[in-house]
Design a protein around this ligand. Structure first.
Ligand code: GCU
Length: 420
């Protein structure tokens, strides 16, 4: 009897998987449904927003509340203890152009601790304080270079098989042109995102969320994206204490799921003056109502631990959304926002990412600033750089040197930095 039950359960699982695999993903522009984007500048009571003050005191808080209660979950406002300990310092990193610091952050709460290993590269050649780019890596600090001195991030340190291919050094070096970043005068501060929340549906007990009292309401419970955003703000806390760091020139960059988290970080934490989303797609910069590429049903089924449970109600019901991803992007205003797509990354809907960026322009205009306008996407490798920016490059879902060149150009422009 028990065996039969197990067999039926297994078959049901397989069927469910097949149903998901067979889910039709729309890649046909002519099948994009007609939709009207909810208006950023109309308050919930129907009143139009006419001034920066109305935006900042009424509409922006309304939108933040919508995003927190319908999509990403409520971030606790209470602080927990964070201790930092310098584990290693190398004044001759990257062939002598940088100083690297490895700092263990220990977070405590509810009688538990979670550790995350921060890695910073600080340009040695600097006059005064330097701008700082903050961004998570996916495969551990050791994946970003071949440097044997880089310690394993706690998430990878826990792997019991020391021959695990994930412990190989440099496996994601291609995404981190460290020398380019440092030579252009920027410091980089990173850590492995899985130190903050191990990226799987059972990851919560080892995540920073477990250090806080449980959420009172399940629907609006913060989950992995909320936790990753919280972790980026802790990197900013650390940066704030560094004498070499220019607090007014703080940047956050995130790729893909970390692009989503970077945008949610930038929405909540105004210390980030430039917010960059690389191929962030569904739940990031791409408009959900277009239903092109990954859709809400697909993402919440595959990654039930990313968004707050209230977001599930929009699975296969995108038309019922009273908001869309341009709300998230508009939270960055009047700070600088840059969105990037890759031509072959149809899963992330490049056009939807572009249109959401364009849709933020009325808010920037309220501040007297130029956003991107028009419905025509720029050609490949023709970046648009106003107060907000956008580019689409050739190739697949990834982070390339070209992306970084554009990001650093955009940051230079935003911070009025002239390269020699
Ligand atoms: C999956 C997921 C995307 C996500 C991406 C990534 O493809 O469906 O939403 O952006 O992983 O993080 O690489």
């Amino acid at each position: 009897m028990k065996r039969l039950f197990v067999l039926v359960a297994l078959m049901a699982g397989v069927l469910q998987l097949n149903a998901q695999e067979k889910r039709e993903i729309n890649y046909d522009e002519s099948a994009v449904p007609a939709y009207i984007l909810p208006d950023l500048l109309t308050c919930l009571d129907g009143q139009p927003v006419k001034s920066v003050t109305e935006w900042e005191t009424v509409r922006r808080p309304e939108i933040m509340h919508i995003l927190a209660t319908q999509e990403y979950g409520l971030t606790p406002q209470t602080a927990i203890e964070m201790k930092s300990k310098l584990m290693a310092e190398d004044p001759h990193a990257l062939g002598g152009i940088a100083t690297s610091q490895q700092v263990m952050l220990t977070f405590s709460g509810q009688g538990k601790t979670v550790k995350a290993l921060l890695l910073a590269y600080i340009p040695n050649q600097r006059q005064g304080k330097v701008p700082v780019v903050v961004g998570y890596n996916f495969q551990g600090n050791h994946s970003m270079s071949l440097d044997e001195n880089i310690l394993y991030s706690p998430f990878f340190e826990r792997l019991t098989d020391r021959n695990d291919p994930q412990l190989k050094r440099g496996i994601q070096m291609n995404r981190w042109p460290l020398e380019m970043i440092v030579k252009r005068g920027y410091a980089l501060v990173t850590m492995d995102y899985q130190d903050i929340y191990p990226d799987n549906p059972a990851g919560e007990p080892l995540s920073v969320i477990s250090l806080f009292p449980p959420s009172k309401d399940n629907d609006t419970k913060w989950q992995a994206i909320g936790a990753w955003a919280w972790g980026s703000s802790r990197m900013a806390d650390w940066v704030e204490q560094q004498p070499w760091a220019d607090q007014d020139r703080l940047v956050i960059m995130g790729h893909s799921r970390q692009g989503k988290a970077a945008l949610w970080t930038g929405a909540q934490d105004t210390r980030f003056r430039v917010v960059i989303s690389n191929d962030s797609g569904c739940g990031g910069a791409a408009l959900s109502k277009r239903q092109f590429g990954e859709d809400i049903a697909t993402i919440v089924n595959s990654f039930p631990h990313w968004f707050c449970p209230a977001f599930n109600q929009y699975a296969d019901r995108e038309e019922s959304l009273s908001f869309d991803q341009h709300y998230l992007l508009a939270m960055i205003a009047p700070r600088h926002l840059y969105v990037a797509s890759a031509q072959e990354d149809r899963w992330a809907d490049p056009k939807g990412e572009f249109l959401a960026t364009v849709a933020t322009s009325p808010v920037y205009r309220l501040y007297g600033l130029d956003g991107i306008v028009g419905s025509q996407m720029p050609a490949i490798h023709q970046p648009l750089m106003q107060h907000t920016g956008y580019h689409i490059r050739a190739g697949v879902h990834d982070v390339t040197d070209y992306d970084w060149q554009c990001y650093l150009d955009f940051c230079d422009k935003a911070f009025s930095i002239k390269q020699d």
